[in-house]
Every structure is written in C-alpha cells, then in structure tokens.
Design a protein around this ligand. Structure first.
Ligand code: SAM
Ligand code: SF4
Length: 454
C-alpha cells in the first residue's frame, strides 16, 4: 500500500499531544539534516508558538544554505494545450468549462514560444499539458521536446502531464526529459473522488502509481506535489511524505522535487470557496517544515504566490522559482488572454525583475542545467547532496549561468546587482584551485564562450 490513511490520521492525533519541549527537541534534531519522521513532521506542523515558528524558519534557512548554498534555480512553464478530457473542479481547463478558448499549439508554435522564452534568458522549461489522448499524446509531446531542443537554446525540458504507461515514459526518457512532474492533488481518497468526478483522472490508484511506472521506465528524476486548499494541509503533507518514503524504500530514491501549489481562482472553476484555505503564515511554516523533513529534495514555488510572499519564502528553503509565467498555450508570443488561462497567476514580474530581486537579496539566480546533462540524477544526485558535495558544484554552475545572463539578457539594473552577487559569492569559495577555475571560466564566458558547467 502506498498511502495508509488510517496511519496518517493516527500520527496526526498522536502529534497533537506533543508539548512545547518535544517540539523544541525535534527542531534541534532537524538541524542535523537527516530529515524527519512522519510523526516529527506532524509535530512541527502543529507548532503555534511564535518563537518556535521563528526557530523553524531559521533552521530551514540554515539547512537549505548548507546543502544547496544560495542558488535559486529559475524556469518557466510552457503550456502546450489547454484541451482536457477531465473535469477537475478547480481547474480552468476542465472539460465542462465551455467559456475557455481552447487551443493545442502546433509544433511550430511551440518552438516560437520557446524562442520567446529564450529571448528573456530562460534555459529550462516545464512543458505543461491538459490531458487529451488524441491531441496531446506522448508522440506529440516527444516531437515538441525534440523540436525545442533542436531549434532553441533550451537546455533542460521538464514535463508536467497526465500519468502514462511505462512504454510512453520510455519514449519521454529517450527524448531526454529532465524531471517528470505529477501532483496527486490530494491524497485523501474521498476528496479526490469529489474533486475529479469524471475523465481519466478520476482513477486515484492510476495516478498514485504513476511514479512506479516512471521508475520502471528508467525515469528517476521525479517531481511530486499536492494542491493545497483541496483538503487538510497537514494530512496531505504527511501523505506526500509517506509516498516519498515508499519510493525511497522501494527504489532507493525519493522525489527530486516537491512543488507546493496553492489553489488559485480560475476562470470557469467550479470551486466558489476554498474548503481548506491555508493562511500565508501556515504556508510559510509548511514550506519550512518540508525543508527540514526532506532536506535533500528541491522545493519549487510557482507564480501562484505573490511577489512579497515569494521573496519571504526564499529564506525558508525554496530552491526553485518559476518566473515570468503565462498559463495559457501561446501566452508568451501573443498578448495574454485570460480566457485561455489555467488559473490566475499572482506574481506578474518579468524574469529580469525577478533576477534583480533575487540578486538584491544576496541569493544567486541560477539557470543551471548541468546535473541532468552529465547524468547526475536520481540516486547518484542524492548521494552527492547527502555527502555535502552539491553545494560547491551548484554555486560554481550558478555563477557561470548568471554571468551568461549578464552578457546576453540583463537590464542595467539587474546586471549591476548580479555582478555584485558574483563578486561576493566568488569570495566564499575557499578551495583556491576551484576558485581559479571559476574565475577562468567566467572570463571565457565574457569572451563569448557559452554553456560551460561542472
Ligand atoms: N493535466 C495534467 C494534470 O492535471 O496532472 C498536468 C497539467 S495541470 C495543468 C498542472 C497542475 O495545475 C495540476 O496538477 C494542478 O495541481 C494545478 N492546478 C490546476 N488548477 C489549479 C488552480 N486553480 N490553482 C492552482 N493550481 C492549479
Ligand atoms: Fe485537465 Fe490537469 Fe486541469 Fe485537471 S488539472 S482539468 S487534468 S489540465
């Protein structure tokens, strides 16, 4: 069994009995970076005392910097189609939304979209699709991947599309995808059933076993998540971690990333009021506790969240940001049409503004795609992270991709701040040989070389 609801409810009940001293002990333990059990995670999610919550925030920030350093990886979603056979009540793409302008991009249009994103400086995309077995089947997605790789400077393509069969995943692997991402939305069966009344997605078990089929097909770079707001966030977070533990136990490797999407209003959604709303404070606590619970897993934050909250979450352990996003097919090249959007985004800043803000906060905006290209995925990646070796690799690669961004895309404001970050971070490299090599490569990038990485 992948998800044991009763066990999760029992843990949640037990954790409610924890007193302030026990919470303190668990915070202390979390600083070691060995992760937390489901029970410990549950206890921290229950923390209410302001000082203790601040301590959790502090521990999360410290741990993130110890493992990944100060880099924040940037990417953009590219929507291939908004046609969908499902009727997920919360989504603007649901089949019953008759007011949506439907569109499946042609392969040429997809390449145009990726070029529009490339012109902004993006190097890594998340291809997103509604579920349509005819128009957006695996062969269409594979063709899109091949053409983007062949016709643009995109260096890593991740996928967020409906669950598939092993044979289909093998085709995606062959095409060179980075991460395959699929959110369970909610692990609570009854709520899942209510939220997904018809279409292929109404089969909970087919969705919850999708990661197994990926592993069988040789894709070990997996992205998981739940859609916060559909059900109790504590239950869903524990269930997500139970799923991660299951994968780790069975395949020796948990998810590469966890996304934390929060339900947004959507044009044509059937949800009038969020049943399990999560306040910003709870959301921040949740992100920080996730960082402590699974220290080696990347945490992805999208533009569903506001500028202010995203800036705050930078300090709490988030390691990847989407930037300058459109949620409609064709939305980058053509003027934004909200009648074709999946949901309304909140952080509307352009990529360059986000690069500028991240640099101003002392973090390194990174366009690095090195790991997947040198085969550092799955178990191998996790081993390097756990041995503490990823931090310096990430930092060097982030600095080089930021130098590329400065040379090719940056405005004068962001260029100035990005240069300051590079200068400061170079000083933090204590291995003289590595420092010399990074200086050398930064010079080569200024002289016109591109795509250098460790
Ligand atoms: N159609 C595929 C699926 O459902 O798995 C993949 C793409 S779907 C467009 C990507 C994700 O968008 C969903 O998994 C869901 O979590 C999220 N989503 C849908 N409606 C949303 C809303 N109103 N607010 C925030 N996120 C939403
Ligand atoms: Fe379709 Fe995915 Fe939206 Fe559900 S969430 S309606 S499957 S695009």
């Amino acid at each position: 069994m992948i998800i044991n609801e009763k066990e999760i409810f029992d843990i949640l009940d037990e954790a409610r009995k924890a007193d302030i001293d026990e919470i303190e002990e668990i915070i202390e333990k979390s600083k070691d970076g060995f992760g937390l059990s489901l029970y410990e995670t549950s206890v921290l999610l229950n923390a209410e005392d302001k000082d203790q919550i601040n301590e959790i925030f502090h521990a999360a920030k410290e741990l993130k910097q110890r493992i990944y350093g100060k880099r924040v990886v940037l990417f953009a979603p590219l929507y291939l189609t908004n046609k969908c056979v499902n009727n997920c009540l919360y989504c603007g793409f649901r089949v019953a939304n008759k007011g949506l302008i439907r569109k499946t991009l042609s392969i040429d249009e997809i390449v145009e979209e990726s070029k529009a994103l490339e012109e902004q400086g993006q190097k890594r995309l998340l291809l997103v699709a509604g579920e349509h077995p005819v128009e957006s089947n695996v062969d269409y997605i594979v063709e899109a991947i091949n053409e983007i790789y062949n016709n643009s400077d995109m260096r890593r393509l991740n996928i967020n599309a409906a669950p598939m069969e092993v044979e289909d995943f093998k085709k995606l692997k062959e095409a060179g995808i980075g991460t395959y991402q699929c959110f369970q939305e909610t692990y609570h069966r009854e709520t899942y059933k209510r939220m997904h009344p018809q279409g292929l997605k109404s089969d909970y078990d087919y969705r919850v076993t999708v990661m197994d089929r990926c592993m069988e097909a040789g894709i070990d770079d997996l992205g998981m998540g739940v859609l916060y707001g559909l059900y109790d966030y504590k239950f869903d977070t524990l269930a997500l971690l139970q799923h991660a533990e299951y994968l780790e136990g069975k395949y020796g490797c948990g998810p590469h990333t966890i996304s934390v999407p929060r339900l947004r209003p959507a044009h044509g959604s059937a949800i009038e009021e969020v049943e399990y709303p999560l306040t910003d404070e709870e959301f921040k606590k949740l992100v920080a506790v996730l960082r402590l619970a699974v220290p080696y897993t990347g945490i992805i934050l999208s533009t569903r969240e506001s500028k202010q909250l995203r800036d705050e979450l930078l300090d709490l352990g988030v390691s990847q940001f989407s930037a300058g996003s459109s949620t409609s097919p064709g939305g980058y090249k053509d003027k934004k049409k909200e009648e074709a959007d999946q949901f309304y985004t909140s952080d509307e800043r352009k990529l360059d503004e986000i690069v500028n803000c991240i640099s101003e906060s002392g973090y390194i905006p990174s366009f690095c795609t090195a790991c997947y290209r040198v085969g550092r995925t799955g178990e191998q990646f996790m081993k390097l992270v756990k041995d503490g070796k990823m931090k310096s690799i990430c930092r060097a690669n982030a600095l080089m991709t930021l130098q590329e961004y400065i040379e090719d895309y940056a405005s004068s404001d962001s260029s100035e701040n990005a240069k300051k970050v590079i200068e400061t971070l170079l000083k933090e490299i204590d291995n003289e040989k590595v420092k010399e090599e990074v200086y050398n490569r930064l010079d080569r990038i200024q002289d016109g070389e591109r795509d250098l990485y460790f």
